[in-house]
Structure formats: structure tokens, C-alpha cells
Design a protein around this ligand. Structure first.
Ligand SMILES: Cc1cc2nc3c(=O)[nH]c(=O)nc-3n(C[C@H](O)[C@H](O)[C@H](O)COP(=O)(O)OP(=O)(O)OC[C@H]3O[C@@H](n4cnc5c(N)ncnc54)[C@H](O)[C@@H]3O)c2cc1C
Ligand code: SF4
Ligand code: SF4
Length: 940
């Protein structure tokens, strides 16, 4: 066991010798924010380090050993049981762990631990394959966490989880030794260096097999999903100690070693799907249907109790039948998949016939329509967030995860419902993966008083008695033991099982260096300690459940803060200030981490189960910080927008003249020096900077009238030096006319703007004033809304669509991508230009759901189109590319390497984003309109 740590200062000094200082975090607010995970536990690490490869990790392990400092590995931090937090050293995975290799036959995939599960599946999708584990968190959870939690979900059952689909693993143990089970030389060396460990595992395995009662119990328990304690099935399933070792790593929650790579056997991902939402008048009938379905060709069977359905039944798009279901009712969402349509039809027939004797509240109707299937899944997936969204501010939402033998599912579910009511959890809902007997129950919990903590303690004791005592089920089926179930491991597994687990831990990690207190704990109140406070901070973010689903969307993730970290840190500031103390130090730390480096893109909201747009919080903080003077200046700028854009053009012209005279290298050096001397106040200049736009539209009345609004950015910023094209408004006007339209321009265009530049700075009065002015001008130009209005810049289209939508103004606004696909392309003869061309959908376009439209237009105009998967928000954020260029550089750090060989151009729909894209891709990005112009500009 570890002795108490002498000094974290000494540890930090040692770490500084092996890691760059930027990757060692000691600042308090950052440690707190980086330390948070999705559980309701809070530990604040003393040090947070980011490691990029095995050598760095080995050095960190050595330093921690020397200083007796425990450490916890962190992947995406979506764990729910408190296993991804630390009050000592938290080890984050840097960019270096994102490698992925699909084998030639796509039967296996080797993945490093920081690959997001959904990214692995996108790599496999072209082959009709996927990885087996399918947690609901797969869009954010990473392979390290998926394997170390033995996570699973709706379809994978017990046969496609990490344990069963494991082909090989590369592991680093607490002593720094590496074992690669797929490398014969590594295995041989390990057998030599770690003979004692392997012998110990072999002996444990033999001892377990000799104890027939224990061995049978282990086999019985793993017929269900089970993640309570270590995966003891490894001891009875394998003879080879290497196999035992690698399979014990699955579900070990960072307590036995580090998973440096894992090879999975892939599983088919059939394209043909059918689903039905079956409604029952009684839960017992639904559970009888589950037993019948167990022998039928189904992929997923999701059970929802009446309370779960009640949470979502009034939401838009929900099936009307839900509302007429009685108080004892329940639903099953059944999905079946097949490799072809004929087989699918046979399966649907077999399932329907198999359920013939079971009464449903409405007739069984399977659908193969993708929208209908999505609607059914919306019912199921909406249940958990609904509880999260409805909870009282300050309380937390808890999702528990138990498994019962399927044969006893009906009684167990009714007992569970009763138990929750007895303990006063009347809002609790139950849903789950019925085929495995895996039920989640979700309830809200206040931890701010001792009485409430005791109520929770009593519930957990009662649940443990019910699940283990009455049904011999599993206390954790998917989410891992963590700190939450560590006190109950012995109850579930008995003394023998616990002793086995303690011996396993001692064999792997004799110093108890790795994630102590997780899985193995002698503290019977461990599940009641370190409860996370969730103080009210701002209604914009109070519903946040800190799940982390937003993190992969955020351009500042790994640079400064993610949306979750922004909220966690802001809550801490609110907590401190609520006590009457000053949070000045935290507020100044927050200024850069939370406020300045948020792109305000709102992409976080697209992944958030409770629809929080953290960008809105940040913009409102920017507005507060700006103070009254800035708001007054904004109004003056808004009122004089024509001269201001003229001045921008003048500035760009001056900069371009200087660029021409000095050349790129000298200009870069000069402006870089000026920026650094000014303390970052002079905006960054780059070779992709636009020249001043010069607009020359050919007035016409010949053709079908349509309003065209060139954005202020398009009116002021032309192509970069070296790009001879005309300015965007000129090209757009030409393309529209070529397609037979007569563009109409709003009066007073020089001073018009949608207000977006003001909104992103939190200057809402000025922003809304400009939007209203533009709406009036467009109303007049479009003859009271009769003509459609085309915007050439997606961020402006998005803002004005929302503005006119909220006010129900009669304006029909089209983003340029929609206008090109629906109005322009059908009227043009296209000769696709040679590719590859890269396509970048900006954030507003993603939020409008138009990225596929942009890709369609590009595909119509180019022989080879590429959409780099690794790039989301570019981080330019209106003008942050000039003022906070680190954000842009960080967000686009993977772009260049993601482009295929020979790619010399890119298209997008925002002139400012295109500057950063060009800089960081090394190829010129322009509006999609240029591509359409080129493809259609040929003699007929
Ligand atoms: C809303 C919500 C829904 C969820 N739904 C599901 C579900 O359907 N099924 C399910 O199983 N889980 C679910 N989870 C829980 C969680 O998302 C999964 O278990 C997920 O796989 C955890 O992955 P992660 O990348 O977030 O890991 P983390 O939380 O970062 O880490 C998980 C554990 O793995 C350890 N670890 C991380 N990387 C390594 C490594 N390289 N080597 C060794 N140990 C490592 C950590 O120390 C920790 O103990 C859900 C969570 C939320 C918030
Ligand atoms: S903002 Fe939403 S997605 Fe992000 S952590 Fe909070 S609840 Fe989860
Ligand atoms: S608005 Fe964009 S940059 Fe800001 S927190 Fe959300 S995803 Fe991150």
C-alpha cells in the first residue's frame, strides 16, 4: 500500500522534467474543471497531466511511484460511477492516442484509447461493420473508457462487448512494463520479466475452477450483463495467463493497468432495419413479450415503463397512442436488422408471428422508414434527458444500472417500481435493455442536506437487497463499479469473490498506485462521500448534468475548456460568490479559459441531451464584461455601418499593398512582431488575408426576380492575394443570372448587416437593431415576402432565419447551399471540375442541418469531393481568427493531414472561416459559389 504523499510540489518538479510545462496543470480552477466527470462525485486532482505516448506515461508512472502519488486515467470522462476522478494525479490522453487501423478484410480494428467510439464506427461504416460495444454515450466515449468500463448498450448484449470481441491488447502496467499480446516477441519478453504475475493469475484461475460452486456462480452471473467488480469470468474462460490478463483488463476501470491499444473483432452493421413500438396495457405483458422475443431474430428490445413514457409523450413528434396508454402500461421498442430486404421481411414476419398470442394495446406495426424508426428511438432516447431537464436546480440526476435474470424481469421491474415509490422517488422512471434483463432507473437527488443523503443511502441499501438478495442479479450491468458500487462488491460476489478480486489487484498493482478506491474499497460509505455540488449558476446552464456529450464538438477542447468545463468552473465561481467570498482569482482565470476562447459556435447544443448552448452563457458573460461603454460604442458602429465597412475595405487595401511590396515572408515577420509588441492587440495577419472586395454586379431585370443579400464580410473581403477571382457578390450575381434569375438588392445595402458580429460579442441590443433594420429592408425588397431571399454567408442566413422565425415575419430566407441546390443547379448545365476539393460546413450550416446539401452541391460540380471527418468548428468565430488565433490553429490542427493527396482547393460558405481554413490546410478555400461558377461556365 502507498505511504502518504510527502509533497505534490516535489512531484510537480519531477513531472516538469519529463513533460512540457503546458501539459502540467496546477492552476486551481483548471484542476477542478478538468477533474469533473459525468458522475455525481467530485474529487479535485492535485495535478493534471496530459500524456501523448507510452514513454511519457512510463515517466509519469515512475514519478508517481517515487512520490507515492496515486493516479487515475481519463478518456472522455463520461463515466457515471465515480471511476474517472482523482484527488491526486489525473492523467488525460492527448492527441497522440488517436490511431486507428482497419485490417484488410475489415474483420478487426486496432484502436488507441483516445479514439471516440463513433469515430471508430465511421471508419468501419464503408465496410458495413462496426465495433461491438455500443454504449449510448458512443459519440463521446473513447475506446480506453469503453474497454476499461466494459461498456455496452442497446444492441451489443453480452456477446459483442469488449470482453467477447477482444482480439488483442497492448497494456502498460503500473511498473511501466509493456505487454502487447499480438506481438510474439513482446509476449515472450513479458513471460520472462513478469513470470510471477502470470503464475499468480494461473494459480487463481486453477483455484477458481477447482471450486465448482464459485466457478458455476461466475458463469451464471456473466450470462447477464455484469460490471460489478473485476471480470472474474476471465479466470474460468481461459487457461493461458496472457489471455486471462488481457481479459481482466476489460472492465478494470483503470485500476490494473493502462490500455495503450486494443484490437477488436468487428461485427456486421446491417443496413436493412425495421422497428416497431409495441404498447402494452400492463408491464407484466410487456415482460412476457420479452421472453418470447428472446428466441426471435431481434437486435434490440428496449423496455420503457409508464413513467418513462409519460416524460416524453407530450413532446413534439411523439406517437399519439402513448397518451392513451393506461397507468400500468409499458412499451417495448423492438428493432431487427438484416443484410438484405428479403431477409428483413422474413424476420419481421417471424417476430410478428412469435408475438401472436400476446395482447398489445395497439396492433403491431413494423416500419422500415428511416424517419419513423428515428421517431421510435426518439421516444426511448428522450426519457433520460427529460428527467434531467425537469429536475429542480441544485439537484442531480442519477441513472442506476442493474440486471435481473430475464425470466424474472416482470416481477423484478414491479418490485423496483414499488421500492422507488416507497423511498419517495415518485418521479423515477425505468427503462432498459430488456433482452439482457438490464434496467436503468433514473431519479433526481438533492445532496445538499444530510437527510437527503440518508434517503439516498437507504435507497441504495434497499436496491442492493432487492437485486442481489431476491433476484441474484447484478448491481452494475454496464456502467462499471466505480466508487458507487465498491461498498457492495462483497454483497454481490460473496467473501470468496471479493478475496479473488483483492488478489487480482495485488498481483497487478502491489503499490495500489492505480485509481485506488475504485472497484476495491474497504470504506462501506464510499458511495456517500465526495458528492458533487451543483449550485445554481445561470438558468442558461443550470440543467447541465455534466455528462460531457458536448465535448467532442468543442473547438477549444484540449486547448482551454470544453463546454462542460466552462459550466463546471462557472458553477464553482457561483458557489464561492454565494458564500459571500470573492471569486476574483477564479474569474480572472476564467476570462481566457472560459470566455475568450469560446467560439460561440453553439455546436455544443447539438450534442447536449438537455439542449444547452454554452456559447449563450459565454456571450452573455461577454456582454456583462464589455460594460456600458462598449454597448454605446457598438450602437455608434451599428448606426454608421456603411462608413465602417468602407474603412475595413480601406484597411484591407492598405495591408494588401504592403503585402505586395514586402512579400509574404517579410509581411509575416513584421505583423507578427507588431502583434507581439502590442500584447496581442493588433490582429494577426496571415498570407490568406483577403484583399479588399470590389463588387461589380451587372444590373438586370431579365429573368425571375429573387432577392440576393451579400453579407458585409462578402462586401468587404475579396479573394486572397494570388487568387485572381472576382469578389463573391460579383460571382454570385453572375451565377444567379446564368440560371435565369434577376437579383434584386435591398436598398441601402452598404449599411446593412444581420447583426452577427455584435451578437458574438454579447452586444445584443446592437445585434437585434441591425437584424431588425435588415429584416425591414428585405421585406421591402422582396415585395412583402413574395420573393425568396438568398444569403451568401451561412452564419448570416442562420441568424436571420432565427430572427424572422421568432418574430413570425413573412420572409423566406435561403442559405446559399439551399439556393444553389434547389434553384440554381437544376437550371444549369454542369461540367464537373477535377477534384479533389475539400468541403467545410461551417457551424451555422451544421445547426441548420444543411451540411449534406453543401456536399450535394459540391458533388454535382466536382469529380472528387472530400469531407474531413476530423474537423468540426474551425474556431475562427467571426473575428477570433484575428484576435485569438490560437483557437483557430488548435481547431484546425488536424485539417492538413486529413486532406487527400492532390487536394488543391476547398469550399465553404463564410469568407472569414475560409481565411483560417486556407491558412491551416495550405490550400485555398473559397465560397461554394466559385465552384458552381467554374462548373457551369462553359460554352453551351
Ligand atoms: C448519459 C450517459 C449515458 C451512458 N450510457 C451508457 C451505456 O449505454 N452503456 C454504458 O456502458 N455506459 C454508459 N455510460 C457510461 C460511460 O459513458 C461509458 O461507460 C463509457 O464507455 C466511458 O468511456 P469514457 O471514454 O468516458 O471513459 P472515462 O470515463 O474517461 O473512463 C472510464 C474508466 O476507464 C479508465 N480508463 C480510461 N482510459 C483508460 C485506459 N487507456 N486504460 C485503462 N483505463 C482507462 C478510467 O480510469 C475510468 O476508470 C453513459 C454515460 C452517460 C453520461
Ligand atoms: S452542456 Fe449538455 S452535453 Fe455538455 S455536459 Fe452539460 S448536459 Fe452534458
Ligand atoms: S459555443 Fe462552441 S466553442 Fe463555445 S463552448 Fe460551445 S462548442 Fe465550445
Amino acid at each position: 500500500m502507498l505511504a502518504p504523499i510527502p509533497s505534490y510540489d516535489a512531484l510537480r518538479d519531477d513531472l516538469a522534467r519529463v513533460l512540457p510545462s503546458a501539459r502540467i496543470v496546477t492552476a486551481p480552477l483548471r484542476r477542478l474543471a478538468y477533474g469533473t466527470d459525468a458522475s455525481f462525485y467530485r474529487l479535485v486532482p492535485q495535478v493534471v497531466v496530459t500524456v501523448d505516448d507510452e514513454d511519457e506515461l512510463r515517466a509519469v508512472l515512475a514519478a508517481c511511484r517515487t512520490h507515492h502519488a496515486p493516479l487515475t486515467f481519463r478518456a472522455a470522462g463520461t463515466s457515471l460511477s465515480g471511476q474517472a476522478i482523482s484527488d491526486s494525479v489525473l492523467v488525460l490522453l492527448g492527441d497522440g492516442w488517436r490511431g486507428a487501423v482497419v485490417d484488410a478484410k475489415s474483420e478487426t480494428i486496432r484502436l488507441q484509447p483516445a479514439v471516440v467510439g463513433a469515430v471508430a464506427n465511421r471508419l468501419l461504416a464503408p465496410y458495413g461493420r462496426k465495433i461491438g460495444p455500443d454504449p449510448a454515450s458512443i459519440d463521446s466515449a473513447m475506446i480506453g473508457g469503453i474497454a476499461a468500463n466494459n461498456a455496452s448498450g442497446m444492441c451489443c448484449g453480452t456477446r459483442q462487448n469488449s470482453y467477447y470481441t477482444l482480439v488483442g491488447m497492448r497494456i502498460m502496467l503500473a511498473d511501466g512494463a509493456v505487454l502487447d499480446t499480438e506481438d510474439a516477441a513482446s509476449v515472450a519478453a513479458f513471460k520472462h520479466s513478469h513470470a510471477e504475475l502470470l503464475l499468480g493469475l494461473a494459480q487463481l484461475s486453477q483455484r477458481t475452477r477447482r471450486d465448482a460452486t464459485l466457478a458455476d456462480r461466475i458463469r451464471h452471473k456473466y450470462r447477464m450483463k455484469n460490471t460489478t467488480g473485476y471480470g472474474l469470468n476471465a479466470l474460468v474462460d481461459f487457461d493461458d495467463p496472457i489471455e486471462i490478463l488481457s481479459h481482466l483488463m476489460v472492465g478494470s476501470e483503470g485500476t490494473l493497468g493502462f490500455i495503450s491499444a486494443i484490437t477488436y473483432r468487428t461485427v456486421p452493421d446491417h443496413a436493412h432495419k425495421a422497428a416497431a413500438l409495441l404498447l402494452f396495457d400492463a408491464l407484466g405483458t410487456a415482460c412476457r413479450a420479452v421472453s418470447a422475443l428472446a428466441t426471435l431474430p431481434v437486435e434490440a428490445v428496449e423496455l420503457m415503463d409508464r413513467a418513462a413514457l409519460a416524460c416524453v409523450e407530450h413532446k413534439p413528434g411523439m406517437p399519439a397512442a402513448l397518451r392513451s396508454l393506461g397507468v400500468d402500461g409499458a412499451a417495448l421498442l423492438v428493432e431487427t436488422r438484416a443484410s438484405d430486404a428479403a431477409l428483413l421481411a422474413q424476420q419481421v414476419a417471424a417476430i410478428t408471428a412469435g408475438l401472436a398470442g400476446i395482447a398489445t394495446a395497439v396492433p403491431i406495426e413494423f416500419s422500415t422508414d428511416a424517419d419513423t424508426i428515428a421517431k421510435f428511438w426518439k421516444v426511448r432516447k428522450g426519457t433520460f434527458p427529460s428527467v434531467g431537464a425537469m429536475r429542480a436546480t441544485g439537484s442531480t440526476v442519477i441513472i442506476e444500472d442493474v440486471a435481473f435474470p430475464v425470466a424474472r424481469l416482470a416481477d423484478a421491474t414491479l418490485d423496483l417500481q414499488q421500492l422507488l415509490h416507497t423511498h419517495g422517488y415518485r418521479e423515477a422512471i425505468i427503462f432498459g435493455h430488456a433482452l439482457e434483463g438490464n434496467l436503468h432507473f433514473v431519479f433526481t437527488q438533492d445532496f445538499s442536506t444530510e437527510a437527503e443523503v440518508q434517503r439516498y443511502a437507504a435507497l441504495m441499501d434497499a436496491v442492493a437487497t432487492l437485486v442481489v438478495g431476491k433476484y441474484d442479479g447484478a448491481l452494475k450491468a454496464e456502467h462499471g463499479t466505480g466508487r458507487n458500487m465498491a461498498p457492495f462488491v462483497e454483497l454481490e460476489w460473496g467473501r470468496d469473490g471479493l478475496l479473488l478480486m483483492q488478489e487480482i489487484k495485488r498481483l497487478f498493482d502491489p503499490l495500489n498506485l492505480l485509481n485506488p478506491g475504485v472497484i476495491i474499497s474497504d470504506d462501506e460509505r464510499a458511495h456517500l462521500r465526495h458528492l458533487k455540488p451543483l449550485p445554481p449558476a445561470d438558468p442558461l446552464v443550470d440543467k447541465c448534468i455534466e455528462c460531457g456529450f458536448c465535448e467532442p464538438k468543442c473547438p477549444s477542447a484540449r486547448l482551454t475548456f470544453t463546454p462542460r468545463q466552462r459550466i463546471t468552473a462557472f458553477r464553482e465561481i457561483a458557489r464561492i460568490e454565494a458564500t459571500g467570498a470573492s471569486a476574483q482569482a477564479e474569474r480572472s482565470e476564467y476570462a481566457w479559459l472560459g470566455i475568450d476562447t469560446c467560439a460561440g459556435c453553439g455546436l455544443c447544443a447539438t450534442a447536449c441531451p438537455v439542449e444547452i448552448d454554452t456559447g449563450k452563457l459565454i456571450k452573455s458573460l461577454r456582454g456583462e464584461r464589455a460594460g456600458p461603454l462598449a454597448h454605446r460604442v457598438a450602437t455608434v458602429v451599428a448606426d454608421n455601418y456603411g462608413p465602417v465597412t468602407a474603412a475595413v475595405r480601406l484597411g484591407l487595401r492598405g495591408a494588401d499593398l504592403l503585402h505586395g511590396a514586402l512579400g509574404t515572408r517579410a509581411m509575416t515577420a513584421l505583423t507578427g512582431t507588431a502583434r507581439s509588441v502590442s500584447g496581442g492587440r493588433i490582429p494577426r495577419w496571415s498570407p490568406s488575408m483577403p484583399r479588399a472586395a470590389s463588387v461589380s454586379a451587372r444590373a438586370t431585370t431579365a429573368g425571375e426576380p429573387l432577392v440576393y443579400f451579400p453579407s458585409c464580410a462578402a462586401r468587404s473581403m475579396g479573394p486572397a492575394r494570388g487568387d485572381d477571382s472576382e469578389s463573391l457578390p460579383t460571382v454570385t450575381d453572375r451565377v444567379l443570372q446564368r440560371a435565369g434569375f434577376a437579383p434584386v438588392y435591398p436598398a441601402g445595402m452598404a449599411s446593412l448587416c444581420c447583426g452577427q458580429p455584435f451578437e458574438s460579442k454579447g452586444l445584443l441590443d446592437a445585434a437585434n437593431g441591425k437584424s431588425a433594420e435588415l429584416a425591414d429592408a428585405l421585406h421591402a425588397a422582396s415585395d412583402g415576402g413574395r420573393l425568396q431571399v438568398v444569403f451568401d454567408t451561412s452564419s448570416c442566413a442562420y441568424r436571420m432565419k432565427r430572427f424572422v422565425g421568432e418574430r413570425r415575419l413573412p420572409l423566406r430566407i435561403l442559405d446559399i447551399s439551399e439556393a444553389l441546390r434547389d434553384l440554381v443547379l437544376p437550371r444549369l448545365t454542369l461540367t464537373p471540375v477535377a477534384g479533389p476539393t475539400a468541403v467545410h460546413a461551417i457551424c451555422s450550416m451544421r445547426k441548420m442541418g444543411l451540411q449534406d446539401v453543401l456536399v450535394d452541391v459540391a458533388r454535382a460540380c466536382c469529380t472528387h469531393v472530400t469531407v474531413p471527418d476530423a474537423v468540426g468548428c474551425c474556431g475562427w468565430a467571426g473575428d477570433k481568427g484575428f484576435n485569438t488565433p490560437e483557437l483557430n490553429a488548435h481547431a484546425l490542427r488536424d485539417l492538413r493531414s486529413a486532406l487527400p493527396a492532390g487536394c488543391t482547393s476547398g469550399v465553404s460558405t463564410s469568407r472569414t472561416c475560409e481565411i483560417g481554413l486556407s491558412d491551416h490546410a495550405g490550400v485555398n478555400y473559397r465560397s461554394i459559389v466559385y465552384l458552381v461558377d467554374e462548373a457551369s461556365n462553359h460554352p453551351r
